[in-house]
Design a protein around this ligand. Structure first.
Ligand SMILES: O=C(O)[C@H](O)[C@@H](O)[C@H](O)[C@H](O)COP(=O)(O)O
Length: 239
């Protein structure tokens, strides 16, 4: 899985979640340390439902970061970590101490600097954090993490985490992993659930020069990218 591009299609989000959980078992098996980046949106519920009943899952060595995070209190329903805390952690699958979280009390610049420092501690000695696996979402507008089409953050190459003040999708203040980190990850999985992803996938894959295309920014990750979808996308995606 980690070495080749794939599209995996499932008839329902439940079946997608099952496969994603099995992939996590496979990718983390035998690793005393497993670094995982998670996204928000529908992924929180998918994983929170499926991981607790996944056979063979050993999360002991897992460190879990957010691919992006909204600068709101963890108690706010907009907080991605807060949602994992409410939906996944109570199942005993992961403990709070395994998550690398932002400090939402800081300004967005300081929160990005603080998160950078925390990631550097998890990946000591590496210029770029090399996540074992990133699970990314995909917005109908073509954004992934908090990297939005046409936004200047797509040009950032000298930071591993960037602040964003003007996210087109609310809330406006967020922090995000930057493209170099996504490109350096060992396995990158895009989870594209729902009808709204078909257009962006089609446009992105058929014409990689379009502004909408997130794929043109992922030359490093592309050979290791997978798409997991709850609908048939292979018919619209040129692979
Ligand atoms: O911070 C955010 O706004 C979300 O995390 C967002 O980036 C999400 O991952 C995608 O929009 C896909 O969301 P769905 O899977 O819910 O469609």
């Amino acid at each position: 899985m980690s070495s080749s591009r794939q599209i995996r299609e499932f008839p329902s989000p439940a079946e997608l979640a099952l496969s994603l959980s099995q992939l996590l078992v496979h990718e983390s098996r035998g690793k005393s340390n497993f670094s995982l980046g998670l996204s928000g949106g529908s992924l929180v519920q998918l994983l929170s439902r499926e991981l607790p009943r996944t056979a063979g899952l050993n999360t002991e060595g897992w460190k879990v970061a957010m691919c992006d995070e909204r600068l709101v209190a963890f108690t706010d329903s907009e907080s991605t970590y807060g949602e994992y805390l409410r939906q996944l952690v109570p199942h005993g699958i992961l403990s709070e101490s395994q998550f690398i979280t932002i400090d939402p009390s800081l300004s967005v610049e300081d929160a990005a600097a603080d998160y950078t420092k925390k990631l550097r501690e998890i990946f000591p000695g590496n210029d770029l954090p090399t996540f074992d696996m990133l699970i990314l979402g995909l917005g109908p507008d073509g954004h992934t993490a908090s990297l939005f089409p046409g936004h200047p953050l797509l040009q950032v190459t000298d930071q591993i985490v960037a602040p964003i003040h003007d996210s087109p999708k609310p809330p406006p203040q967020r922090i995000t992993l930057t493209l170099p980190v996504i490109n350096a990850a060992k396995t990158v999985v895009f989870v594209a659930t729902g009808e709204s992803k078909a257009t962006v996938l089609k446009v992105s894959c058929l014409n990689s020069s379009t502004t909408l295309s997130f794929l043109k920014y992922l030359p490093g990750a592309w050979p290791r990218c997978s798409f997991i979808s709850s609908r048939k996308i292979s018919s619209v995606v040129a692979w």
